[in-house]
Design a protein around this ligand. Structure first.
Ligand code: ARG
Length: 461
C-alpha cells in the first residue's frame, strides 16, 4: 500500500486524513478491542474457506491462518496494541496481520465487509456471554437448593404488602428464587441460540460474487449459516435477547437483594451475612452493611437502561448497516459486566449466611395464622366470606384483649363461630399451618420435597 501507515483502510477515495475530533467520535477501537479474539476467530474461519474455495491459494490461506493465530496469541497475552487511527478492531487486526505476514494480508477481506464481520464478532461474543451467564445462574441455583435443603423445617412469614401474611417454609421461599432463575436460564439459552448463526457471506448487505461458502465458515464456527444477507447485517435481535435476559435476571437479583436488605436489618433480624460478604461504615463502628445485596438491587437500573439503549438505537433504523449500530456494543458489554460479578458472589454469600430460625418462627406465628381458622370453617361448609368475617372479628377481639391468636381462649373462638369449637389447635402453629397445605406447588413439606427433587433433576440433567 502506498498510503502512510495510519491512513484509514478506506482511504483510497479521500484526499485528506480524518480530523482528530472526527476520528475520536468515529472510532470504536477503545471499546470494541474487546471483540479482538472473536474477530480473529472469524477471520481464521474466513481465511480457511477462501483457501478451500480456491478464491486464494492454499499457501496464502495457510499464511493468513498462521498470521492470525499469532495475532490471537498477542491478544490472549494482552500484548495486542492499537491506536486510535485503527478506527476499529477489524482494522487493527488486519493492520497487525499485515505486520506479521506482509501483503498477503490484503487478500483476507475478499468477499467480506466489516458489516458481516462486526455482526459475526458480536454473535460470537453474545454466544459466549450467554453460556458464561448460564453457568453463573446455575451456580446460584445450586446454592439456593443446597441452602433450602440445609434449612428444612425452618419457617418464616410470607408477606403481602410487606405485612405478615402466612407462614411458609424458608426452603419454599428460597426455591421461589430458584424457579425464577430457572426461567432466566431458559431466556439465556434462547439468546445463545439466536446468536448462534453466522452472518459471514452477507458482505456489505447483498452477498458477494466470490464463491464464498457460507456453510463452511458457519460450520467452522459451530454455527448455522445466514438465511438472508440483508437481515444478517441488520439483525441485532440476538443482542436484544441477551439484554432482555440480563434485565430480567437483574430484576430477579434486585428482588432477592431487597429481601436480604430487609432480612439482615435489626428490624427483621432474620439473617446475618458472613463478614466476608458485608462491609462496614467509615464513621459508625457498629455497622455491617449488606452492600452486595444493595448492588444487586441497584444494578437492575443500568441493566434495564442497557436494554432500552439498544432498543432505541434499533428503532426506526433502516435495514442495511448504519453507523448507529456501532452503539450496540457498550450496552452489551456493560450488561455482561454488571451481571457477571453478581452471579460470582451470590452462591458463597448464600451458603455462608446464617438464619435466625427462632426469630423467623416467632414472626410467622400470631395473626399470620388467621387464614387457618377461616379455611377450617370453609372446609366445614361455612361460606368463605362468612368465615373470613368471623375470624376477622376474632382477630379484633384478640387485639382488644392484647392476646395472640394462639392464646385466644376457646370461648372466644366459639363466640367468633360455633364451628370453631372443633378447631384443632395444632393448626395454630407455623409448622401446623404449612403442613396443612394440600395444593400443588404449596409450601407444605411434601410439596417442597417434590420441588427439591425436580430442582436436582434440572441441575444434574
Ligand atoms: N466499528 C463498526 C461498528 O462497530 C464496524 C463496522 C463498520 N462498517 C462500516 N460500514 N463502516 O459497527
Amino acid at each position: 500500500m502506498s498510503e502512510k501507515n495510519n491512513a484509514p483502510l478506506w482511504g483510497g477515495r479521500f484526499g485528506a486524513s480524518p480530523a482528530g475530533a472526527f476520528e475520536r467520535l468515529n472510532a470504536s477501537i477503545p471499546f470494541d478491542v474487546r471483540l479482538a479474539p472473536y474477530d480473529v476467530r472469524g477471520s481464521i474461519a474466513h481465511a480457511k474457506m477462501l483457501g478451500e474455495q480456491q478464491i486464494i491459494s492454499v499457501e496464502e490461506s495457510d499464511q493468513l491462518v498462521r498470521g492470525l493465530e499469532s495475532v490471537l496469541g498477542e491478544v490472549e497475552a494482552g500484548e495486542f496494541s492499537w491506536t486510535l487511527s485503527d478506527e476499529d478492531v477489524h482494522t487493527a487486526v488486519e493492520r497487525r496481520l499485515r505486520e506479521h505476514v506482509g501483503d498477503v494480508a490484503l487478500k483476507l477481506h475478499t468477499g467480506r465487509s466489516r458489516n458481516d464481520q462486526v455482526a459475526l464478532d458480536l454473535h460470537l461474543f453474545v454466544r459466549e456471554a450467554a453460556e458464561g451467564l448460564r453457568e453463573g445462574v446455575l451456580g446460584a441455583m445450586r446454592a439456593l437448593v443446597e441452602v433450602a435443603e440445609g434449612n428444612r423445617g425452618v419457617v418464616l412469614p410470607g408477606y403481602t404488602h410487606l405485612q405478615r401474611a402466612q407462614p411458609i417454609l424458608l426452603s419454599h421461599h428460597l426455591l421461589a428464587h430458584f424457579w425464577a432463575f430457572r426461567r432466566d436460564l431458559v431466556r439465556l439459552g434462547a439468546a445463545r441460540e439466536a446468536a448462534n448463526r453466522s452472518p459471514l457471506g452477507a458482505a456489505a448487505l447483498g452477498g458477494t460474487p466470490h464463491a464464498i461458502d457460507t456453510d463452511l465458515t458457519a460450520q467452522e464456527l459451530g454455527m448455522r449459516p445466514l438465511l438472508n444477507s440483508l437481515d444478517a447485517v441488520s439483525d441485532r435481535d440476538f443482542a436484544l435477547d441477551l439484554l432482555y435476559a440480563c434485565a430480567v435476571l437483574g430484576v430477579h437479583l434486585s428482588r432477592m437483594g431487597e429481601e436480604w436488605v430487609l432480612w439482615t436489618s435489626a428490624e427483621f433480624g432474620f439473617a446475618t451475612l458472613d463478614d466476608a460478604y458485608s462491609s462496614g461504615s467509615s464513621i459508625m463502628p457498629q455497622k455491617k452493611n449488606p452492600d452486595a445485596h444493595e448492588l444487586m438491587r441497584g444494578k437492575a437500573g443500568r441493566l434495564i437502561g442497557d436494554l432500552s439503549a439498544l432498543l432505541v438505537t434499533l428503532k426506526g433504523l433502516p435495514l442495511g448497516y448504519s453507523k448507529d449500530l456501532q452503539e450496540d456494543k457498550e450496552p452489551i458489554f456493560d450488561a455482561v459486566d454488571a451481571v457477571t460479578p453478581m452471579l460470582a458472589v451470590l452462591p458463597e454469600m448464600l451458603r455462608t449466611a446464617r438464619f435466625d430460625g427462632d426469630g423467623m418462627r416467632s414472626a410467622a406465628g400470631g395473626f399470620a395464622l388467621a387464614t387457618e381458622l377461616a379455611d377450617f370453617l370453609a372446609a366445614r361448609g361455612v361460606p368463605f366470606r362468612e368465615a373470613h368475617h368471623a375470624v376477622g372479628r376474632l382477630v379484633r377481639r384478640c387485639e382488644e384483649r392484647a392476646v395472640s391468636l394462639e392464646e385466644a381462649p376457646d370461648d372466644e373462638l366459639v363466640a367468633a363461630h360455633p364451628a370453631l369449637a372443633q378447631f384443632p389447635r395444632r393448626l395454630l402453629t407455623p409448622e401446623g399451618s404449612v403442613s396443612n397445605k394440600k395444593s400443588g406447588g404449596s409450601t407444605s413439606p411434601d410439596s417442597v420435597e417434590g420441588q427439591l427433587r425436580e430442582a436436582w433433576r434440572i441441575l444434574d440433567g
